[in-house]
Design a binder for this molecule. Structure first.
Ligand SMILES: [Zn+2]
Length: 487
């Protein structure tokens, strides 16, 4: 557990000043997607970081660098569950940062520097955040607890502090850059350029925290984010909502309040969990005030409840508490906390132990008449990979998933990968496996993305989703997210 890891992220600019103008135009037409934020997997154990800040001098506009930097720290602290603590003292951010094993000194600092602690700034890089910490597992595959973060601003740039659109004379804007780098400090990485967020890969006219940035920080440090509201009910996505085993423990508390949605007069909170593998779960819902009632229901990609995986319990736990112990298939589930009696309010606690019962999810797979294997997978989130053993279709590898639409539903399919240029197909399949009239395909969802997106109102029927690549025989991991678009 003593291995340490360092992480460097930089923010680029200028190479595409024209791009910014185009990006901001696109944003007018594209609503931000839920949960576009991207996380490094690294985090501060106690949701706070102490920063030593005493940067010499002031910007041409008069604001001192200190004022602008501290305002940026406060912006994150005020808007999220993370807290930046300030010490008005200069600490050299590069102390112990030099050399190949420079893992920092466990104290945070910020300054303008000519180099990234000895390494040249890459072209167009405004600032670099260096974090380091203690790995969470011996192989260091599960991220690290951040114990040190330092920010260096590129001294070779011309800087000022100002709001709104970027100046076209190449003057870099300090405050939004600080805001962005502090996002890296707390464990976030870049979102794609078409998402409205300070965590875009390029500096733009966005000069304040956006909803996506706040949701990202709260996903790491808070009680989690709220997914889009379904049927008038807020579905919460708790921290650690994706459970991959072999053994996961989840504990959290909540409260039934009169502001909650209700089911026949019984107040209800819903939490969404995704089980990557088939699992055995033991869920307890307990309260001193409420006669608890517990639901566990599986939901499909069209957010229909899959009846075969619906579990309810009133009093199997101690006293009037609830408990569900069962085996479930890999998939997405809603955990519902409610009461047996009408209108009951009060605090409750949920504890869940989930252990993997099989690392090969038990989905039905069949050989199609086209020779490709089709997996029946009703989940809203599918993680897969194109590999050289996959079916070859038009010289690209192809994975096929079958799902059903029960009621006409407006669905959005997002296929993304950092390893391949994705290509997405959605086709209607008739009972004899011939193609129906609906055939949709998409290569790049925007001019700035190699990911794919299809949005379509789908009538009841059976559909195949094809995951492939734009280029011949590309392999790599991908994720496919299917969301219901609400009117
Ligand atoms: Zn960045």
């Amino acid at each position: 557990m003593n291995s340490r890891q360092e992480f460097r992220i930089s923010w680029r600019t200028k190479e595409s000043l024209i791009k910014y103008a185009t990006i901001s135009l696109l944003l007018l037409f594209w609503a931000p997607t839920n949960h576009a934020f991207e996380l490094t997997g690294n985090f501060w154990e106690f949701a706070q970081a102490t920063f030593h800040v005493d940067i010499n001098g002031a910007s041409p506009s008069g604001t001192t660098w200190n004022e602008a930097f501290i305002r940026s720290m406060d912006a994150w602290t005020d808007a999220t569950d993370f807290e930046f603590l300030l010490v008005n003292e200069f600490l050299d951010p590069c102390i112990d940062r030099g050399g190949p094993s420079g893992f920092g000194d466990d104290t945070t600092g910020v300054d303008f520097t000519d180099t990234v602690c000895g390494t040249e700034f890459n072209e167009n890089v405004l600032a670099v955040t260096l974090t380091a910490g203690v790995c969470l597992n011996p192989e260091c595959t599960g991220g690290f607890n951040i114990t040190d973060a330092d920010i260096v601003f590129n001294n070779n740039e011309t800087w000022d502090v100002y709001g709104g659109p970027l100046r076209f004379d190449n003057t870099a804007e300090f405050e939004r850059t600080a805001l962005h780098e502090l996002g890296h400090v707390l464990g976030m990485t870049h979102v794609s350029a078409d998402i409205e967020a300070i965590m875009q890969p390029f500096t733009s006219e966005i000069d304040s925290l956006q909803a996506d940035d706040i949701a990202g920080a709260n996903f790491i440090y808070g009680g989690g984010a709220t997914l889009s509201t379904i049927y008038g009910i807020d579905v919460s996505l708790p921290r650690n909502s994706e459970l991959s085993g072999p053994a996961d423990t989840v504990n959290f508390s909540g409260a039934l309040a009169n502001t909650d949605a209700d089911l026949d007069g019984r107040l209800l909170d819903i939490y969404q969990f995704t089980f990557v593998n088939d699992s055995t779960v033991d869920i307890q819902l307990s309260s001193n005030t409420i006669d608890t009632f517990l639901y566990l229901v599986r939901v499909s990609s069209t957010q229909d409840i899959i009846d075969a995986f619906t579990f309810v319990d009133d009093d199997s736990g101690p006293g009037r508490n609830s408990r569900i112990t069962t085996n479930i298939q890999a998939g997405t589930y809603w955990l519902g906390a409610s009461s047996a009696g009408v209108g009951e309010v009060g605090d409750y606690a949920v504890s869940m132990v989930a252990s993997t019962s099989s690392t090969t999810p038990s989905f039905e797979i069949f050989q199609s008449i086209y020779d490709a294997e089709v997996q029946i997978n009703p989940n809203p989130q599918i993680r897969g990979s194109l590999s050289s053993t996959d079916f070859l279709f038009a010289k690209s590898f192809l994975d096929l998933y079958q799902f059903d639409v029960v009621n006409t539903t407006n669905l959005q399919f997002d296929l993304s990968s950092s390893q391949l240029d994705t290509y997405l197909l959605v086709v209607e399949i008739l009972p004899d496996q011939s193609l129906g009239s609906l055939v949709l395909e998409n290569d790049d969802r925007s001019a700035f993305s190699f990911d794919s997106r299809i949005q379509q109102l789908l009538p009841p029927g059976t559909y195949w989703i094809g995951v492939s690549s734009s280029f011949e025989e590309e392999t790599g991991d991908y994720s496919l997210d299917i969301t219901v678009v609400l009117p």
